[in-house]
Design a protein around this ligand. Structure first.
Ligand code: NAD
Length: 335
């Protein structure tokens, strides 16, 4: 089988995950081109795979590369750097996997979704948890209990390292940047939301102190209450103020006869009156995400991934609606 020729746009933290989970291990792909404004990062990625086409950014890459030279692109850049990146990939007909959040500009996302559909291009968004064995088990349990119930979801921790994470204008806020994984998980489990009300707080984390950027201005924590069909109400909390403890992260779902405790990317506890089962994670969900995308590219089948661009955009739009609610104090009715 001929190796799939891959180009990388952005060689930072998350691309490192795709490298170790996928490109280092998969025998049917070859990284042939890399781009990053940070010289050390682009050179290190190129050296790892013997790639000789090394570019300073996506513009330089696209000036030389085309569908004739690349079979697919992986894009992992900061949320505000999506300026003409995916648009050019679509124009050139190059399938791509892009990391969430794919943009902070909803109009840009909608235009892209339309042009992707017009070209029938294979795309994927990095919602890795859709490929997690534990989330598949949660989905099977939820699907077998159509009367629904209450959901508590949480992603509570400290402040991630990248500079752009600490400003709401450059990351979109923790719900849109990070907890969008659980938000997307809720959509995957329950379908489209009916309404969202959200509130947020600042004042716990001090800008410029204890290693926090002087420009820090994102919310310390937020809470979104999301209504779904079938008697499901989810409360999704996000927090980045924690210093020295490990709060529960994941989903706690109370069905009529079972409790599901999904501990984020680690294990799933299913409790009934008769038994308690504790199931550990067995897969690398990033490998499975990337495998699904690569196989979809080979097959030319945009439907063969669990989170194509247009679907992922709906999760992003739900995150933006929650942000609007935080800003206005109003519930947002979605349908
Ligand atoms: N799916 C996941 O689980 C997951 C995990 C972590 C991060 N992410 C997402 O991945 C994205 C990147 O996050 P990160 O942690 O890797 O950030 P990062 O800051 O570590 O890396 C981003 C890289 O992109 C480069 N870059 C910026 N503009 C570019 C351009 N025009 N052309 C080429 N390179 C460019 C930067 O120089 C930087 O090296 C974010 O959207 C983040 O939310 C997803």
């Amino acid at each position: 089988m001929e190796k799939l020729r891959i180009g990388l746009i952005g060689c930072g933290g998350r691309m490192g995950g795709h490298m170790s989970s996928s490109f280092d291990r998969m025998e049917d792909v070859q990284v042939v081109a890399v781009a990053d404004p940070i010289e050390e990062r682009r050179n290190s990625a190129a050296a790892r795979y013997g790639a000789r086409r090394i570019y300073r950014d996506h513009n330089e890459l696209f000036a030389s590369e085309s569908r004739e030279t690349l079979d697919a692109l992986f894009i992992a850049i900061e949320p505000t750097a999506h300026i003409g990146v995916e648009e050019t990939a679509v124009d050139k007909g190059i399938p791509f996997l892009v990391e969430k959040p794919m943009t902070l500009d909803v109009d840009q996302g909608r235009k892209l979704a339309k042009s992707i559909a017009e070209k029938n291009l294979v795309t994927a968004v990095g919602f890795q948890d859709r490929y997690l064995d534990l989330m598949e088990m949660v989905k099977a349990e939820v699907d077998s209990a159509p009367k629904g119930g209450l959901v508590y979801g949480a992603w509570i921790g400290g402040i991630p390292g990248p500079w752009w994470w600490q400003k709401k204008s450059t990351c979109g806020g923790q719900l849109v940047e990070q907890n969008i994984h659980l938000l997307d998980g809720l959509r995957w489990l329950y379908g489209e939301a009916i309404s969202v009300y959200a509130t947020a707080t600042r004042g716990m984390v001090a800008a410029g102190e204890n290693g926090v950027s002087p420009e820090y201005d994102t919310d310390d924590h937020s809470t979104a209450v999301i209504r779904f069909d079938n008697n499901v109400t989810a409360t999704l909390v996000s927090g980045c103020y924690v210093k020295s403890c490990r709060p529960f992260c994941g989903l706690a779902i109370s069905l009529q006869d079972r409790v599901l405790e999904y501990h984020l990317r680690n294990n799933l506890v299913i409790r009934t009156a008769a038994e308690t089962r504790d199931i550990p994670r067995k897969v690398d969900q990033t490998t499975l995400l990337d495998r699904a995308f690569i196989d979809a590219v080979r097959a030319g089948d945009p439907t063969a991934v669990r989170s194509p661009y247009a679907d992922a955009l709906k999760s992003l739009e739900l995150g933006f609606a929650a942000n609007r609610s935080m800003e206005t104090g109003q519930a947002i009715i979605l349908r």
